[in-house]
Design a protein around this ligand. Structure first.
Ligand code: ACM
Length: 263
């Protein structure tokens, strides 16, 4: 199975332009599953709630999701991509997974980062695993990585590949994802954006460094901090199903949940 990421640098507020750019990048490669960044079509650094509401879209029937569905059908590539989702009176920081068969799945970011808390509702979908052509795919979004429960919940639910649309600004995630993969024995694809955004008095620099990592913690593919990169690698998702660490240690069977006292 060929999986990978599109690292790109959206122009803030230019949804149509950004989707066109993503489509051009997607069409350059042949892949089964590609992951795009968080808010890949809108940009990230919203100045106020009005801006969020003007750029957020419903998933069902929305422009961006509709374009992703068409691109997926035409290219044969399943796509995972982040967008601000309008749902009734709420906005969520969401990611969709669309497949060439027309399936549409939604994940709403559980752990909101910093100013996202001003504009978005905390996600209410939980961490679900989506099965596509027998492969089990999970989604978490950017800052979710900081909470090991996110990847663990997906792995315990059977995810073989964790897709991770991101707009990373802190430097730690690329390295931390090696541990997330190792401690859960899963593949992960982190798709980050590049570049920077200056909006009013606010400025953010995004670190790029998108990565594909295997269940042994090996980095199979990566980008630097460039604005645009598409990287694909061949993987066998069923490697994730082997949770054996030594002949006496099975990662999940050895868990001692009664000792953890998690609240
Ligand atoms: C982030 O969660 N976008 C840092």
């Amino acid at each position: 199975m060929r999986i990978g990421f599109v690292q790109m640098t959206p122009v803030f507020g230019e949804t149509c332009h950004n989707v066109n750019h993503a489509e051009m990048l997607i069409r350059q490669v042949t892949a089964d599953l590609l992951v795009l960044p968080e808010f890949f079509a809108t940009g990230y650094l919203f100045t106020d709630e009005r801006e969020v509401w003007s750029l957020a879209e419903p998933v069902e029937g929305g422009y961006t999701t509709g374009r992703l569905v068409s691109i997926s059908r035409e290219t044969g590539t399943a796509l995972v991509a982040g967008l601000p989702e309008r749902a009734g009176k709420s906005c969520f920081n969401s990611a969709v997974m669309v497949t060439p068969e027309g399936d549409l799945y939604v994940y709403r970011k559980t752990h909101l980062f910093d100013r996202e808390k001003l504009f978005f509702n905390p996600g209410d979908t939980g961490f679900e695993v989506f099965t596509w052509r027998d492969v089990r795919v999970g989604i978490m979004i950017c800052f979710d990585w900081f909470f090991p429960e996110s990847a663990r919940t997906l792995a315990l639910a059977g995810a073989q590949i964790i897709t991770h649309p991101s707009n990373l600004v802190l430097p730690h995630c690329p390295q931390a994802m090696v541990t997330r993969c190792l401690e859960n024995r899963v593949f992960a694809v982190t798709a980050n954006r590049g570049g920077s955004e200056k909006r009013g008095s606010m400025y953010l620099n995004y670190i790029g460094n998108s990565r594909i990592i295997d269940p042994g913690g090996k980095v199979l593919g990566q980008a630097g901090d460039e604005e645009t990169a598409v990287v694909i690698t061949d993987v066998n998702p069923w490697e994730s199903d082997n949770k054996q660490i030594t002949s006496r240690n099975d990662l999940f069977a050895d868990r001692r949940s009664e000792q953890y006292r998690l609240s």
